[in-house]
Design a protein around this ligand. Structure first.
Ligand code: UTP
Length: 286
């Protein structure tokens, strides 16, 4: 069973980055020189996925424009012989097929994924949350697809988090079945106390198509949102779910500190700015 489709929910309001996100989608905020969402699209491509499905909402046109071919820009860059920049700009849309669908109201992550139901049909698919950008040798989705190869079912990406942060995540109760692989027995959304483990669900999923039925049976939470974790809990009643503890450094770029950390970390990898940035930071803390 080959997975080719990846859903990118991008219809949230991005309130933590207001006022910037009043007119710029959060997913388009740049980490150094690339929008957050491009890091994830590149991860999807490097993992062998070919169809990118964006679930967008009001004010998200910038995402569609970004992944479209810009004929005028490419013509100008060709004329100016700016080959390297041309390569960067045209690579964005190469080899991938982009599909767009809308979530009319931000009714939660579960609902956003459900909006892709007709495009997905009856096959398993990947989900990427652009808030989480992960720097890893092997793309995280590729690591998850390996687990899927052994256990063709729903796979959650998980990472150990400090005990004092478990209340911020969906946490799994799992039984280790192999290196970095867990059979999921239960999931608890943002446990206030007694978390079942410190393995937190991070923004990458491989979902069985039965998730759509589970979402339809999920009640909205106290904020009127349909949460994916609640739908996974329903799925668990009838299907196996596994978790992949991935290797890589993850940045929660949906949070201001995480976003700044990602910028610094990725900038320090760029030879053309690394030294100057290091000098600047040294001066700041001295
Ligand atoms: P978040 O929980 O980070 O929400 O969504 P948000 O609106 O993007 O940001 P804050 O918390 O208000 O600052 C996680 C992912 O799910 C998508 C978001 O676009 C983001 O990629 N999402 C969330 C939707 O597509 N629709 C929703 O109704 C909610």
């Amino acid at each position: 069973m080959k997975i080719t489709k990846a859903v990118f929910p991008a219809a949230g309001f991005g309130t933590r980055f207001l006022p910037a996100t009043k007119s710029i989608p959060k997913e388009m905020l740049p980490v150094v020189d690339k929008p957050l969402i491009q890091y994830c699209v590149e991860e999807a491509k490097a993992s062998g996925l070919t169809e990118i499905i964006f679930v967008t909402g009001r004010g998200k046109r910038a995402i569609e424009d970004y992944f479209d071919t810009s004929v005028e820009l490419e013509t100008i860059l060709k004329k100016k012989d700016q080959k390297e920049i041309l390569r960067l700009v045209s690579n964005i849309s190469e080899d991938l097929q982009y599909v767009y669908t809308r979530q009319k109201k931000p009714l939660g992550l579960g609902h956003a994924i459900w909006c892709a139901k007709n495009i997905i049909g009856g096959e398993p698919f990947a989900v990427f949350l652009s808030d989480d950008i992960i720097d890893s040798k092997v793309p995280v989705m590729k690591q998850m697809l390996r687990v899927f190869g052994k256990h063709p079912s729903t796979i959650l990406a998980v990472q150990k988090v400090p005990g004092k942060k478990t209340h911020m995540y969906g946490i799994i109760k799992g039984k280790k079945v192999g290196p970095g692989t867990y059979r999921v027995m239960d999931v608890v959304e943002k446990p206030k106390k007694n978390p079942p483990s410190n393995l937190a669900i991070i923004g990458r999923y491989i979902l069985a198509p039965e998730i759509f039925g589970a979402i339809e049976n999920t009640m909205p939470d106290g904020h009127g949102e349909i949460q994916l974790t609640d739908a996974i809990k329903i799925l668990l009643k009838t299907q196996d779910v596994y978790a992949c503890e991935f290797s890589g450094e993850r940045f929660d770029a949906g949070d201001k500190t995480g976003f700044l950390r990602a910028n610094i970390s990725f900038a320090l990898k760029k030879p053309e700015i690394r030294d100057e940035l290091r000098r600047f930071m040294k001066k700041l803390v001295s």
